[in-house]
Design a binder for this molecule. Structure first.
Ligand SMILES: C[S@@+](CC[C@H](N)C(=O)[O-])C[C@H]1O[C@@H](n2cnc3c(N)ncnc32)[C@H](O)[C@@H]1O
Length: 266
């Protein structure tokens, strides 16, 4: 089943490759859950699903707590009258100022489907700043939300940094880590490059934590771009490399292939 959110870097297309590597366990932990493609397509008895994006986790918590009532509430925003620039920017302003978390979560979903490319981006003040997307008829993901709510009965959602999530893991857990990708571009200053606060220091910290957990008998899988630096950082892991077709956004919408890898620390 597809995730109900559009999410940059989502792993829906390679979920079978990831599943083939995931060992059995009592609980699957995803410190970078994003849209939850792996959670939605696996069957562990329990899940701990965390992310540094508070708006994402709050939305999941409302869907989990209320199910159908929350789905109905979200649907009220998906009207032809709300599918225009002025309404989009008015709702975006409301999102950025309201303290009503239920409303904020519904508008977050609305913006995910009505905003440009389903992007999730914030300005320096923390305000959501993605422009209107101009879709003819934005899709309301009812079936996908229902499926998510069903699966969420076995899940705990937490807003947290990956370091805290990994520190809380116990034997019996299996981890799937999908951090923001390391940059592929040769021109980016690799060691200082940081997208959304996730730079090379964090990539190394993640690799170190994974190696530590594996030593305690807790297996960890990390996905990332396949680069020399990444392979070096994951040198204690078993690596599986493959090519994925993606839009590379430097020169318009050119489709290209990028090599990715899955690293198993066990
Ligand atoms: C590539 S996406 C994960 C995609 C997910 N596997 C899916 O299928 O949709 C990376 C996620 O890491 C989260 N993130 C970024 N920095 C983080 C941090 N320091 N700790 C935890 N999560 C973080 C982002 O909010 C984003 O949801």
């Amino acid at each position: 089943m597809k995730p109900f959110l559009k999410w940059a870097g989502n792993k829906y297309k390679i979920v079978d490759k990831i599943k083939a590597l995931l060992p059995p366990g009592d609980r699957l932990v995803e410190p970078f859950v994003g849209s939850g493609a792996v959670f939605l397509n696996t069957n562990y008895p329990h899940y701990l699903l965390t992310d540094a994006n508070a708006d994402l986790i709050t939305l999941y918590q409302h869907l989990q707590a209320e199910g159908e009532a929350f789905i109905d509430y979200c649907r009220t925003l998906f009207t032809p009258e709300n599918n225009n620039k002025d309404r989009y920017y008015a709702l975006r302003d409301e999102f950025n100022s309201t303290t009503d978390l239920r409303r904020k979560s519904a508008v977050f979903l609305y913006m995910n489907k009505h905003g440009y490319n389903g992007l999730c981006r914030y300005n320096m003040q923390g305000g959501f700043n993605v422009p209107f997307g101009r879709y003819k008829r934005p899709y309301f993901p009812q079936a996908e939300m229902r499926h998510f709510a069903q699966k969420a009965r076995h899940a705990t959602f937490q807003h947290s940094n990956f370091v805290a999530t990994m520190a809380a893991c116990q034997p019996g857990d299996v981890l799937y880590c999908d951090p923001p990708y390391v940059p592929l571009s040769q021109t980016a200053n690799f060691t200082s490059y940081s997208a959304n606060g996730f730079g090379w220091t964090e990539q190394q910290e993640l690799a170190q934590q994974a190696a530590n957990l594996a030593q305690r008998g807790i297996p960890v899988i990390i996905s990332n771009h396949d680069t020399a630096e990444v392979r070096q950082a994951y040198n204690t892991a078993t690596i599986e490399s493959f090519e994925v077709r993606r839009y590379i956004s430097c020169n318009g919408d050119k489709r290209d292939k990028a090599a990715e890898l899955l690293a198993l620390f066990s």
